[in-house]
Design a protein around this ligand. Structure first.
Ligand code: ATP
Ligand code: MG
Length: 782
């Protein structure tokens, strides 16, 4: 056996440099599909294998739970492969099944079990399970380790309650959703209510800060955290408690972050604290056995609406790299070869992104052949578009043995666009999966069962208690609950304390009193068994004792049957969780369920067509990609069209979409579209004009028969004959004066692009700067 890890052979020299990097900071910047994630994964294996790093000392941050799972599997496989070679001199696949299983389980026990790989949220929730009791909130609140994690709908319900019932605000002016968004944004910036007020010193800012303060108080009263707290609280805890920080700093000697361009300030603070133990970096010299390794691509930064900031990536070398010049190659590796896409697809992506002004030029070379042209389809409307896409999928699947349903992805800008595709997929019985649709864990019956489990684990969680106290109906009406709640408020006790106070309960009407003690008995029975009962047993017991399953069975409707099936599915999920995690507890399962993000597939089935928003597609790849609804106002989204920075973010999103494709890319737009109820004429996106025409095969309506799409090869469509793309552009100059139908008189301040691909930035006095495509919007010159 050679001493170097055998898997290094699957890497190019730059990747190899990244993978073999041992201590100190290292930034890997590279375009899409250049093997950043692969390098990160292999580096973890290499740290353990070559540098004998204890897996416990490694922390790797991924963008989704699914990516984390895949990374763990990948690493497990690398090690199992190595074991197979050294023990049997054969590849893993050549071994009998039981030996494969044995090796994998050996690798799990000795290596992967101790690796912390996950999303920021998942990793932080693990840290908090250890240390949250040491946290002192500035408001004087505290939490215990059984805390609940409130999802977005729980959080919003809480905000709504505060806005309407507690502070009696006008919910038209203070729409709970936008208030919740403002609070979340503040937390992502690391702001307290007081900071928020300082940032926004007006009535609105003050009021929202007020809601924020009340909201935090309510969370604490429920012994609950929201998603943003999961990251913000560790940061605050690390800042206030040196010992806690020192412990985790000492433990995580090697920190790796994927998709670093989409980290926000709080996440950055967390990484920085862990790496430097809170010291200034200028003084920080402790790189002998420690590293921070981040990979990213500023051109794929698409989460600024969640406070992500790609400057964090650009500043990495300054931040961690002892003040050397930014382009110092000691702390940076560039990957310049793309392994994912055909050359045509890659060239289209590269040309598109060059239209962005806020970017650092980089090289991304194709390693693959030209491949097929990109197919541009103009549909009549969304139905026609869906019909085209599904016909293509059926044809391609039938004619190409290497393609299966899982090879196809349909990517759109907004979730609402999925409906038309679902209809056609359903009509032909093609299995599909909507990534980021309603999460399994968001279904009513699942939330009910989780509500029981949360109430057992964390009886302070009043939101969960109230959810299940009368589900199924057991005669505890709204008046009773209101009375109990107001008693709790008056006595400054939690609802649970009131419910379990016999004297208080005995003041209720006999029937209600009996129902309340029946309910609390069930919860208490399982509370007593919490520590030493496997979670699946608790779930089963609670489902029976609470009467939840019996009630669904008694209903006997189709809907109730569906719900029953989902409850069964949840039980299976708990069993599977037990199998995969030795010593699993109910708390661990609950954390896992709350953090199952809407970007994770609940079903792992690869044999389904994937439908998802462009945002959800980050990091993924598919042999065949359909980029649909590429129209002005939809993509780019209408809100972004008035703001150059947002327009650039939309373009990055388009770059992400195009670069998901390995073999084939189809782009479509419709001439009119019904979206959110109204039918409107649509115009092709300005991004289409930015793609190199010679790579596009276009079809006007009529060039393709409507019923059955012709296989691409046979399409006799002329290249780049789109009337739009050839529209003659006037000669615009900076300084030209124009009149716009809606905005009035304005002046051209900037011209993007050249020839007939131009877009104008026009300043309209009093209305700011708008980006306008003169081919689409009529402008009168003056
Ligand atoms: P993204 O920016 O989209 O996240 P990425 O830079 O993380 O992309 P990966 O997903 O790691 O890229 O790799 C893209 C594809 O190229 C994967 O299928 C990967 O297996 C393959 N790949 C990466 N490096 C190599 C290599 N050296 N040789 C062959 N294939 C490679
Ligand atoms: Mg990646």
């Amino acid at each position: 056996m050679p001493k170097t890890a055998d898997f290094l052979a699957h890497l190019n020299p730059s990747q190899r440099r990244a993978v073999e990097h041992y201590c100190g900071p290292l930034l890997v910047v590279a375009g899409a599909g250049s093997g950043k994630t692969r390098a990160l994964t292999y580096r973890i294996a290499n740290l353990v294998l070559t540098h004998r790093v204890d897996p416990e000392n490694i922390l790797a941050v991924t963008f989704t739970n699914k990516a984390a799972r895949e990374m763990k599997e990948r690493i497990e496989k690398l090690f199992a492969e190595r074991e197979a070679q050294s023990k049997h001199g054969k590849p893993l696949e050549a071994l009998p099944e039981h030996e494969q299983t044995r090796l994998k389980s050996f690798v799990y026990k000795t290596i992967t079990k101790d690796l912390w790989i996950g999303t920021f949220h998942a990793l932080c929730s693990r840290i908090l399970r250890f240390d949250i009791e040491k946290f002192r909130h500035p408001g004087g609140y505290s939490w215990n380790r059984n805390f609940s994690i409130f999802d977005e709908s729980d959080a919003q319900a809480l905000v709504k309650d505060i806005v309407i019932n507690q502070l009696n605000l006008d919910d038209k002016k203070f729409d709970p959703r936008s208030v919740r968004y403002a609070i979340s944004n503040a937390k992502n910036q690391g702001w307290s209510p007081a900071d928020l007020e300082r940032e926004q010193p007006n009535f609105r800012g003050r009021t929202i800060a007020n809601v924020y303060a009340e909201y935090q108080k309510a969370l604490a009263a429920n012994n609950a955290l929201d998603f943003d707290d999961l990251i913000l609280i560790p940061v605050q805890l690390f800042r206030q408690n040196e010992q806690v920080l020192a412990y985790w700093h000492k433990r995580f000697r090697h920190i790796l972050v994927d998709e670093y361009q989409d980290t926000n300030r709080t996440q950055y603070d967390l990484i920085r604290l862990l790496v430097t133990n809170g010291e200034e970096t200028e003084n920080f010299k402790d790189w002998e056995y420690r590293s921070v390794f981040v990979v990213g691509d500023a051109d794929q930064s698409i989460y600024s609406f969640r406070a992500a900031d790609f400057r964090i990536l650009l500043e990495f070398q300054d931040d961690f790299g002892d003040g050397l010049p930014d382009d110092d190659t000691r702390t940076m590796v560039k990957l310049e070869e793309n392994y994912r896409s055909t050359a045509n697809i890659l060239e289209a992506a590269n040309e598109l992104i060059e239209n962005n002004t806020e970017r650092i030029d980089k090289v991304l070379r194709a390693t693959r052949g030209a491949g097929e042209s990109i197919f541009l389809f103009r549909a009549e409307d969304e139905t026609d578009e869906a019909r085209f896409v599904i016909d293509q999928i059926r044809q391609l699947e039938q004619n190409n043995p290497e393609l299966h349903w899982g090879s196809f992805a349909i990517l759109y800008r907004t979730n609402a666009q999925s409906r038309a595709f679902e209809e056609f997929l359903g009509r032909y019985g093609i299995p599909y999966n909507i990534v980021g649709g309603l999460r399994f864990y968001d279904r009513k019956e699942i939330k009910d069962v989780l509500g029981y489990l949360r109430a057992i684990a964390n009886p302070q969680d009043t939101v969960s208690l109230k959810r299940v106290i009368n589900t199924p109906r057991r005669g505890i009406g709204k008046t009773t609950i209101d009375r109990l709640e107001s008693a709790a408020r008056d006595l400054d006790r939690t609802l649970w304390e009131v419910l379990t106070d016999e004297t208080l309960v005995s003041t209720l009407a006999g029937r209600s009193a009996k129902a309340v003690s029946g309910f609390t008995n069930t919860i208490q029975t399982w509370q007593a068994k919490l520590e030493d009962t496997p979670p699946a047993e608790i779930v089963q017991g609670v489902l029976e004792d609470s009467g939840y399953v019996a009630d669904l069975k008694a209903q006997g409707t189709n809907e109730a049957d569906d719900r029953l099936q989902n409850v069964q599915e949840l039980y299976n999920a708990v069993l599977q969780f037990e199998e995969e995690n030795e010593g699993a507890t109910l708390l661990m399962f609950l954390a896992n369920a709350s953090l199952a993000s809407d970007l994770d597939n609940t079903k792992e089935d690869q044999r389904q067509v994937s439908l998802m928003t462009l945002h959800s597609s980050k990091g993924l790849e598919f042999p065949v990609v359909f980029l649909v609804g590429v129209e002005q106002g939809l993509f780019p989204n209408f809100r972004s069209m008035e703001d150059p920075a947002s327009l650039e973010e939309e373009r990055r999103l388009c770059y992400v979409g195009i670069t998901r494709a390995k073999e084939r890319l189809f782009i479509s737009y419709a001439r009119e579209r019904r979206l959110y109820g109204t039918r409107e004429p649509a115009a092709p996106s300005l991004f289409l004009a930015e793609l190199p025409k010679e790579l596009l095969l276009t079809s006007a309506v009529g060039a393709l028969p409507k019923k059955l799409a012709t296989p691409i090869r046979e399409v006799k469509a002329k290249r780049a004959q789109e009337s739009l793309l050839n529209t003659h552009a006037d000669d615009w100059k900076v300084g030209d004066r124009v009149v716009h139908k809606a905005y009035g008189a304005g002046q051209v301040t900037h011209i993007f692009g050249a020839g007939n691909k131009i877009c104008l930035a026009i300043k309209f006095p009093g209305q700011g700067q708008k980006i306008i495509d003169p081919k689409i919007t009529t402008l009168q010159r003056v």
